[in-house]
Design a protein. Structure first.
Lengths: 127, 658, 212
């Protein structure tokens, strides 16, 4: 089963860190990167994206707004909001748009719960 | 803790280990399960039932025995730990069931899960009651001893410091100070007070001394640093623990001592030179004193002889008949001139020997100099330009105006003789304040009278001898060699001094320093030559003189002047006469130096018989009895021997009319 | 000198220290995860000082030029948070957070961006934790990387006027194995301080209860 994960973060370092954790947990999965919400929307137009990891703190459109847009387009897609801004309010808003919450810095431990849940969900929807 | 470690050690063993380590209890707070597990020591400390240890206690139990004053603070700190703060390190009081108050140090940490959610809060209580007391003592010792403490963790940009530390360096008191702030007080070129170097470069101890400039008042101080470098067990870093204190005073004393030691030789040499100088001065003074006594003695005898000579010539001149051979009269006149010159010479000798009686009055130097300008221009040749300069601000002095005139004239004449080809002579007066150091005059206000010429000058060898009596640079017969020595004697006797500076070819400067007088003293108006006055038969004068010739002369002169005269050869005879008279004696004229009873003793006894009796002393050698610090006593008049009839007449008249 | 409404009581100061402690612990934990090394923290210092003195406190600490990641926050209380370290530490920090996977050129190339992200993670986790403890929410700006001295970092107008009081908070941190050190500093202006004081009182009341 081929799975593509989109990593959206305006920080290249953050994308590297997330990719590394992803590669450890799901070596078979492929990834595609976007440096902003606009780029993310372009990617999703042209490619098949199964899972999205989205940074919250981005200029112009923030991660929660992007997540809401993606949710509207792809109600079934597993989405996670990644941020060091661990305020209760942000976690609550992530939950409202149906996104998981992962604290930065991203570690394989922190990511594993979301990814196994996503894998399970993908298997069920594709089955 | 007990639960966690249970597999390796049983509870009893663990407790023993912890107790040995000074622990008074340990806890393990299950955050999710909201249960507090304590060990037996903790339970005992709090007076909790030990049979509940296995099941744990409600979490609020933790605060139960904490002193009420400390409880809010600890609740806040624990709240922080339960929310994920990493370290707990607090001191607080625990009240035991027996009511004893113990200081505890609780140290704990939070255990987080993978999502940074706090799971457990574990820690250890250590009884620090003893340490608290020690700390208190230490704190007092530190502030009393002026010791500041610091602790520095390598890697941090700030240093934990005590208040005293900040005070010593003159910095704003704070618990933590930036490293750079601390090191910025150290003077340039010195090592850093708190070294920041790499591990390898650190010394074993922190002993050192630093010159600093205090932050607040900018004062330079020496600061000593002592302490230890403590390396972390895992080799990752170090801590610097130490104290500083001010050693400025010790440093200064040390420096003074060192300087003393280094300059010892030099100081010994200077001391020896100074002593030699003092000895030289003493020898000079002794020599002058000896010469003074000798000349004074000679002058005294001379004066007595001259009094007889002058008196006799005087008498002979009066009695010589107008028809007599004019050669007799001329011879007598010549004899009188010679005798008068001899009298002037002995007078100068007395001036030098400082036994000249001075009659100090308030003198306005400016007026005195102005009054002398005529005399000076007549004495000094036209080839020499004379400038007299004294402003009206020059203080009054107290001195004998005659002698001062003499002194100035003497100096002017010397200056003239130093300028045979002509030149300029400048006489100035100005105020001068002496600090009392670097001279033999006492501190105080003086008027400096300068006599400056641009004549031939003198070399050093000559200068050294100018005040010696009979020393002269003038040709034989041109000077007596008594001029400068007389000026010297006058200045000394007047409480002042004299400076002389000269170089061959560039002239001479003599400065006469005379002490400032009482400004309120009224300038003596009476200073003017007195006219001869005659006496009346109603006025009785008692003459006492042991030298028959002198007495005869004086008695004769007074009779000639028209007075009624009584005479006595000594004090006892004189007192008999005073007691026996039914008519009062108006004036006592007595010699000062007489055998058996001196003139002043006589005057004293006479005053007991005739209070307010006028006394006129005659003397060629005024004795200490009538001299107070070289001056005549109050209400005493003195006639120097030898005296002329005119002088005697004037003095007697002055006293009777007073 | 310090207006009554912003003078913190001892308990309020304890509470603020504790809250900052939690935030900083969280931040240190984040940093530890990023670089895989132990991070050492000092006890936070809290002072109410003039803007100018705050800038000087920072300047006095360092001889070298500074580099800082700055993030402003807004909400019931507003202010500015900075992650500051000597410029000479900058590349070492980037090397540490990129985990040795980048070449030397890439490290230099990524320096700015890596610093911004590191600051973002550290300051966000710190501020967010504080917001959670006080049960309020804060809006945080995108992190900015600045270089300069204390005055430029705090935007102190050297010509004067900046005499207003601020709450100045700082915590030393050091990563000994990496020879990295720096500090987290926070500035809050006076109106914010008054609000903060109220929030601290609420926090104290909830934690201390009847013992206050």
């Amino acid at each position: 089963m081929s799975v593509t994960v989109m990593i959206v973060d305006d920080s290249k370092l953050a994308r590297i860190v997330a990719s590394k954790a992803l590669a450890q947990l799901q070596p078979e999965w492929s990834k595609v990167e976007a440096g902003s919400a606009r780029e993310a929307l372009e990617v999703i137009e042209n490619e098949t994206v199964d899972v999205s990891l989205i940074d919250f703190n981005m200029s112009e459109t923030d991660g929660l707004e992007l997540a809401a847009e993606l949710r509207a387009m792809r109600p079934e897609m597993p989405i996670a909001i990644i941020t060091a801004n661990i305020q209760d309010e942000i976690i609550a808003r992530a939950r409202e748009v149906g996104a998981a919450f992962i604290a930065k810095p991203v570690t394989s431990d922190g990511l594993s719960g979301f990814l196994s849940g996503a894998a399970l969900k993908l298997r069920t929807t594709r089955a | 803790m007990a639960r966690a470690a249970g597999s390796a050690l049983n509870d009893e063993q663990l407790r023993a280990v912890l107790a040995a380590a000074g622990a008074s209890g340990s806890w393990d707070w299950d955050i999710a399960g909201e249960r507090l597990f304590l060990d037996a020591s903790f339970a005992e400390l709090y007076g909790l039932p030990t049979d509940q240890i296995r099941d744990g206690f409600p979490t609020a139990t933790f605060f139960r025995s904490i002193h009420p004053e400390d409880r809010p603070r600890i609740r806040i700190a624990v709240a922080g730990m339960l929310a994920g703060a990493s370290l707990f390190s607090k001191e607080f009081r625990v009240v035991t069931p027996a009511g004893k108050v113990l200081w505890m140090h609780g140290r704990g940490q939070c255990h987080l899960d993978a999502d940074d959610e706090p799971l457990r809060f574990t820690g250890l209580l250590v009884d620090v009651t003893e340490r608290k007391r020690t700390e208190e003592r230490l704190r007092i010792a530190q502030s009393a001893g002026g010791v500041g403490t610091f602790e520095y963790n390598d890697g941090f940009a700030t240093v934990s410091v005590s208040t005293e530390f900040c005070v010593l360096l003159g910095l704003h008191p704070a618990d933590r100070l930036p490293l750079r702030t601390i090191n910025s007080v150290v003077s340039e070129g010195e090592l850093a007070l708190i070294p920041e170097g790499v591990q390898g470069a650190l010394p074993d101890t922190l002993a050192g001394e630093f010159l600093i400039r205090r932050g607040d008042d900018g004062e330079l101080r020496w600061i000593a640093r002592r302490g230890e470098v403590q390396y972390e067990a895992d080799g990752t870093g170090y801590r610097l623990l130490g104290v500083i204190y001010d050693v400025t005073n010790a440093k200064r004393q040390e420096a003074t001592l060192r300087e003393l030691a280094e300059t010892l030789e030099q100081r010994v040499a200077a001391e020896v030179a100074e002593r030699q100088h003092a000895e030289e001065a003493l020898r000079q003074a002794q020599k002058m004193e000896a010469v003074g006594q000798l000349t004074g003695g000679i002058a005294h005898d001379f004066n007595n002889l001259l009094t007889i000579i002058i008196g006799s010539i005087d008498m002979a001149s009066r009695r010589v008949a107008p028809s007599a051979d004019p050669r007799v009269r001329r011879s007598l006149e010549q004899a009188m001139k010679g005798a008068e010159r001899a009298a002037a010479l002995t007078h100068r000798l007395l001036a030098f020997s400082r036994r000249q009686p001075l009659d100090p009055r308030a003198v306005n130097v400016r007026d005195l100099l102005e009054g002398m300008s005529d005399l000076l221009s007549r004495t000094i040749t036209e080839a020499i330009a004379i400038a007299i300069d004294a402003n009206s601000g020059v203080w009054m002095i107290e001195a004998d105006p005659h002698q001062l005139e003499n002194a100035i004239l003497n100096l002017a004449v010397n200056a003239r003789d130093a300028m045979p080809e002509g030149g300029s002579l400048r006489i100035t007066a100005r105020n001068a304040v002496h600090s009392g150091t670097g001279g033999d005059m006492p501190a105080g206000d003086y008027v400096a009278i300068e006599v400056v010429d641009n004549g031939v000058g003198m070399d050093e060898a000559t200068l050294a001898k100018v005040f010696d009596p009979f020393f002269t640079t003038k040709d034989v017969g041109k000077g007596t060699g008594l001029g400068l020595s007389m000026v010297y004697g006058f200045a000394k006797q007047s409480g002042g001094g004299i400076d002389i500076a000269s170089e061959p070819g560039s002239g001479t400067r003599v400065v006469l320093h005379l002490p400032r007088g009482d400004a309120s003293a009224v300038e003596d108006q009476a200073y003017h030559p007195a006219a001869e006055d005659f006496g009346r038969p109603s006025e009785t004068i008692l003459v006492v003189e042991d030298d028959d010739d002198v007495r005869r002369y004086a008695v004769g002169a007074l009779c000639d002047l028209g007075y009624r005269v009584l005479e006595a050869a000594d004090g006892f005879a004189a007192l008999d006469l005073l007691r026996g008279r039914d008519r009062p004696v108006d004036l006592l004229v007595t010699d000062v130096v007489m055998p058996r009873m001196s003139g002043s003793e006589l005057a004293q006894s006479a005053h007991e018989i005739v209070p307010g009796l006028g006394v006129l002393y005659t003397s060629g050698y005024p004795h200490d009895a009538i001299m107070h610090e070289g001056r005549l006593g109050e209400g005493v008049e003195l006639l120097s021997k030898p005296f002329t009839m005119q002088a005697l007449a004037a003095k007697v008249r002055e006293l009777l009319d007073r | 000198m310090i207006p009554e409404q912003v003078a913190l009581t001892e308990l309020e100061r304890d509470a603020l220290t504790e809250i900052v402690n939690i935030g900083v612990s969280r931040a240190a934990s984040s940093l530890r995860k990023m670089i895989g090394e132990q991070v050492l923290l000092s006890v936070p210092s809290i002072e109410v000082v003039s803007h100018r003195r705050a800038a000087r406190l920072i300047s006095e600490r360092e001889v070298a030029e500074l580099i800082a990641v700055r993030q402003d926050f807004r909400g019931p209380f507003s202010g500015r948070a900075l992650l500051i370290f000597p410029e000479t530490n900058s590349l070492e920090l980037v090397r540490a957070v990129t985990g040795g996977e980048l070449s030397a050129e890439e490290v230099v190339e990524m320096e700015h961006e890596a610093l911004a992200e590191t600051g973002n993670v550290i300051l966000n986790s710190c501020l967010a934790t504080m917001a959670n403890m006080l049960k309020r929410s804060l809006t945080m700006t995108i992190p900015e990387v600045l270089r300069g001295n204390g005055a430029t970092l705090f935007e102190v107008d050297e010509s004067g006027a900046e005499e207003g009081l601020v709450l100045f908070l700082y915590i030393d941190f050091a990563v000994r194995m990496r020879d990295i050190r720096g500090y987290i500093a926070m500035l809050m202006d006076i109106p914010s301080l008054a609000t903060l004081k109220e929030l601290l009182d609420e926090f104290i009341a909830s934690v201390v209860g009847d013992d206050a």
